[in-house]
Design a protein around this ligand. Sequence first.
Ligand code: FKS
Ligand code: ZN
Length: 345
Amino acid sequence: MKIVYSDRHRLHAGQREFYRGELVPCFEKPERADFVLEAVKARNIGPILEPKEFSVSYIERVHAARYVRFLEKAWEMWSALGNTKDALPSVWPIRTFRDDVEPDYFIAKLGMYSYDNGTPLTSGSWSAAKLGADVTLTAQQLVAGGERAAFALARPPGHHAGPDFLGGYCFINNAAVAAQTFRDQGAQRVAVLDVDYHHGNGTQTIFYERADVMFLSIHGDPKTEYPFYLGHADEKGRGAGEGYNWNYPLPAGSSNAAWFDALTDATRRISAFKPDALVISLGVDTFAEDPISKFQLREPEYLRLGAHLAALELPTLFVLEGGYAVAEIGHNVAHVLRSFDEGAS
Ligand code: FKS
Ligand code: ZN
């Protein structure tokens, strides 16, 4: 399958994130994409294309305009205050606070548009995030244009970014932007299947009240795993969206058998939904050796995942999300894509 990639992802390179009471080097670093690129090249997954440039109006179909304006201007505002280090939020308007009045002070604005302090905003974050969306949309256009599948080798990742918030290393929800674009270009129904270790809280929130985009996620149980406050099994959608959201929280340490039981149930629901396109939020932090996650997938499981997805026989867009055992993430991604291609007709 064709792969879309730009080396300008490295414009986003956060210095440090909070981890267990101290600032440590960011897990989500440019080398991740380098390793994925190397592996897909080595295994001849397909030609590598540069992204086209898309208008921000595609992004604003799923993100609030005022959030996008904030991201565009954030570094300018932060550096105008004399700052040179990455911006990290430190205060949030939770519960009884008001979120309808946007404060003037930068750190207060950043708190309003974020939900964690692990997502450094750097001088190049907006450019890289916009480019990640362009990478994703370029791959989406290939699939909309008749390709069986395509891979958006994007970073920073996207699935934690919601309508008007960043977090979990994510700024723009690439998978959601792509799903919405499929809809806007004539697809009646789109399914988004999130196989990253972490619940795709941003994607779920964006589509929670809608019946035209089904969201399904297999992830570490939020009772103990990030992002903690969303991703439970009883979240099934609201209003028109009821019955179009399916979460498969699994305890940390779950067996591969349990993971594939969840995948089988999820893909059964996708088939019954009869979508015109499928978007896969492809995180490989489900890997047994991943430094921040606790599932046990390895090469045979990634091959099995690719074959299982191919069997759905749907136009499929793969979008890169997480995965941190840096050298291995490339192989894990390549295994999924290769076995998908082998199983695809
Ligand atoms: C350290 C504890 C917080 C955040 C984990 C974020 C996971 C991100 C991801 C994505 F795909 F978005 F990259 N850990 N500050 O893997 O889901
Ligand atoms: Zn993840």
